[in-house]
Design a protein around this ligand. Structure first.
Ligand code: 13P
Length: 293
């Protein structure tokens, strides 16, 4: 069931758990995450970066694929199709293409410009029934070629952007996209407490969900993080499972070609199963299992 993400995240915030945003890259990814959400009776958010959407053929292709899979697989749990780190133009295109939720990432803009553009896009998204996420202060690491330091958001700026009517807010607390360096000092939970106080109970979003120790994830959820974004973790397990399959010689032609291990339906299966297992593990950690009953 494709829905916008506002209600599922308000419920998560009130129930002290988080809903996972799992980024998708292709059909196998999408199917694996949808089926796992259904099996675990968990709400879920499918995140799509502009780069991943381009790779898949465009926003319309993604929306059509996700909506058709949701219907044909008989998915009953709430699923949001969400633009991740959207540009001003990207948000407008996704609203037209059939997404149910968008993120406008104006964090690299001067704050006043971020406010003005977010305000305009909040109205546009809400008019069409979509939920919208905003961001202040850069979140660290590299995503789609953009690198930033692990910044900590300013609570006053957070409060100003929340006042525009955004549904949930990405607030940096030292988190970083991709793998964390060995000397990373951890999430700044004290900063999160101040942001939470300043923003009055709005669901907060933790980007860079890969590689954060479980105890810190739980601490972040206890202090208002209601959406946690995961991308690299699924890529790592998919790559490892596919590599193992290939290195075992299973993708190579055999003398009689009886096993046909090079058939993409066989070749991609270990990676597909690995994404399912990782998604289930994260849903259990975030506490969202059984919340869609
Ligand atoms: P990771 O790739 O670190 O899991 O982060 C994903 C993310 O935050 C997407 O916005």
């Amino acid at each position: 069931m494709i829905v916008n993400a506002a209600r599922m995240l308000r419920e998560a915030r009130a129930g002290h758990y988080a809903v996972g945003q799992f980024n998708i890259n292709n059909l196998e990814w999408t199917k694996a995450i949808l089926l796992t959400a259904e099996e675990q009776k968990s709400p879920v958010i499918l995140g799509v970066s502009e780069g991943a959407a381009k790779y898949m053929g465009g926003f319309k292709v993604v929306a059509a694929m996700v909506r058709a899979l949701d219907e044909c697989l008989g998915i009953t749990v709430p699923v949001a199709l969400h633009l991740d780190h959207g540009s001003y133009d990207g948000v407008k295109k996704c609203i037209e293409a059939g997404f149910s939720s968008v993120m406008f990432d104006g964090s690299s803009l001067p704050f006043e410009e971020n406010i003005a553009k977010t305000k305009e896009l909040v109205n546009l998204a809400h008019d069409k029934g979509l939920s919208i996420e905003a961001e202040v202060g850069a979140i660290g690491g590299t995503e789609d070629g953009i690198t930033a330091d692990g910044e900590v958001a300013d609570p006053e700026e957070c409060a100003k952007i929340v006042a525009l009517g955004v549904d949930f807010l990405a607030a940096g607390i030292g988190n970083i996209h991709g793998l964390y360096p060995a000397d990373w000092s951890g999430l700044k939970i004290d900063a999160l407490k101040k942001i939470q106080e300043a923003t009055g109970g709005i669901p907060l979003v933790l980007h860079g969900g890969t590689g954060i120790p479980d105890e810190q994830i739980k601490d972040a959820i206890a202090n208002g993080m209601a959406k946690i974004n995961v991308n690299t973790d699924c890529q790592l397990v998919f790559a490892a499972a596919t590599q193992e399959y290939c290195l075992a010689g299973k993708a190579s032609p055999t003398a009689d070609n009886a096993s046909k291990g090079y058939d993409p339906r066989k070749l991609l299966k270990p990676g597909f199963e690995a994404i399912k297992a990782k998604t289930k593990e994260k849903m259990e950690l975030f506490g969202s299992v059984g919340k869609a009953c």
